[in-house]
Design a protein around this ligand. Structure first.
Ligand code: KG4
Ligand code: ZN
Length: 329
């Protein structure tokens, strides 16, 4: 079969990213321009500012992605972009740009689901990984336990009823004064601490999650005792949320008789979570996969990968493609 080159575009939040990926798995380039430094001042992503920076960045990032891949636009077979979920103004930049390219070049357009993109990051890093498997998508916007039945067929088994796990990481970081984005900072500080603080865990009959209780408990603890050991608090937070993630994943794996687990999304870059899932995999005789850190957080290579599998299924989009901020998987 002829090689398929997909140009992927990601602009759902605060990263402008463009990638060229061959046959869904081989990354020829993956340029990521992060706006973190700009939003840091505000303690979080400011949607309007994000949209404006995407507009400024997207052309240059695309040129750089083509250059690094050593290809021209004529060599590209498919144009893909994230169309949801995400910030509407930010998404519209990528969607409009992709539509323009697709129309001008007369090449097929694929609107990709950002959550499916996070899952596909695992295909790039692990050539042996094939559906079916279970994927725990843990990011700033999502906490989903998903049965990946096929490359384009998904079933949500459980999800958060309130905060996404990444939001909880970012909130804990803010409370203890680590700043934004909090996840990587909590990860680092937790290594110096001992998980000796009891924190609440929420369980449900089904496979849903909840992280607002633990977040509030930490806010209250810190409020009552500002001298509390921050490293111990971060370590205890990580330990408690990881236990819940593993408990639900274990239940799902047992229920479905699935032996392969993948992690995805920004929070799957967390070193403690990765380590504990590997241990869990060894104990339960399960194969555990996660992407390399740069492919855990937002990037366009994962968007090109999921778009490739949709292209093979004939799931192309047309010029009516629009941003869908609350798109479900
Ligand atoms: O996947 P992502 O880049 O964007 C969304 O789709 O939401 O995830 C961003 C989230 C943020 O909440 C960030 O704090 C968290 O991922 N994150 C981490 C780590 N690296 C990023 N959380 C914990 N440990 C990390 N090392
Ligand atoms: Zn994401």
């Amino acid at each position: 079969m002829k090689d398929i080159l997909v140009l992927g575009i990601e602009s759902s939040c605060d990263e402008t990213s463009v990638a060229v990926v061959k046959n869904g798995r081989e990354v020829l380039s993956n340029v990521i321009e992060s706006q973190i430094k700009i939003h840091e001042t505000y303690g979080g992503v400011v949607p309007e500012i994000a949209s404006r920076y995407h507009i400024e960045a997207i052309n240059g990032v695309t040129k750089e992605a083509l250059k690094r891949a050593n290809v021209t636009l004529q060599d590209i077979d498919v144009i893909a972009c994230t169309y949801g979920p995400g910030l509407v103004g930010a998404l519209l930049v990528g969607v409009s740009y992709a539509k323009g390219l697709s129309y001008a070049l007369n090449k097929p357009l694929i609107g990709a689901n950002h959550i499916q993109g996070h899952i596909a990051a695992n295909y790039i890093c692990h050539e042996d990984l094939k559906p079916p498997f279970l994927c725990l998508v843990i990011s700033g916007g999502h906490t989903h336990l998903i049965h990946i039945k096929n490359y384009t067929e998904f079933e949500i088994l459980g999800k958060t009823r309130d905060d996404a796990i990444g939001e909880a990481f970012d909130k804990v970081a803010r409370v203890v004064g680590l700043g934004y984005p909090g996840g990587p900072k909590v990860d680092k500080l937790a290594k110096e601490g001992t998980p000796n603080i009891a924190l609440p865990k929420t369980h449900f009959e089904n496979l849903d999650f909840s992280f607002s209780g633990i977040k509030t408990a930490i806010i209250n603890m810190h409020h009552k005792n500002p001298d509390i050991n921050k490293a111990d608090l971060c370590a205890s937070f990580e330990k408690t949320v990881t236990e819940v993630l593993i408990e639900n994943t274990k239940r799902a794996a047992n229920q479905l008789g699935i032996k392969t687990i993948a992690l995805a999304g920004g929070v799957s870059a967390n070193s403690y979570i990765r380590e504990q899932f590997l241990k869990f995999g060894q104990e339960e005789n399960l194969k555990v996969y996660y992407p390399e850190p740069v492919l855990c957080t937002d990037n366009a290579a994962m968007i090109a990968s999921t778009a490739y599998y949709n292209y093979l299924e004939g799931n192309t989009s047309n010029m009516y493609l629009n941003a869908v901020p609350n798109l479900k998987i």
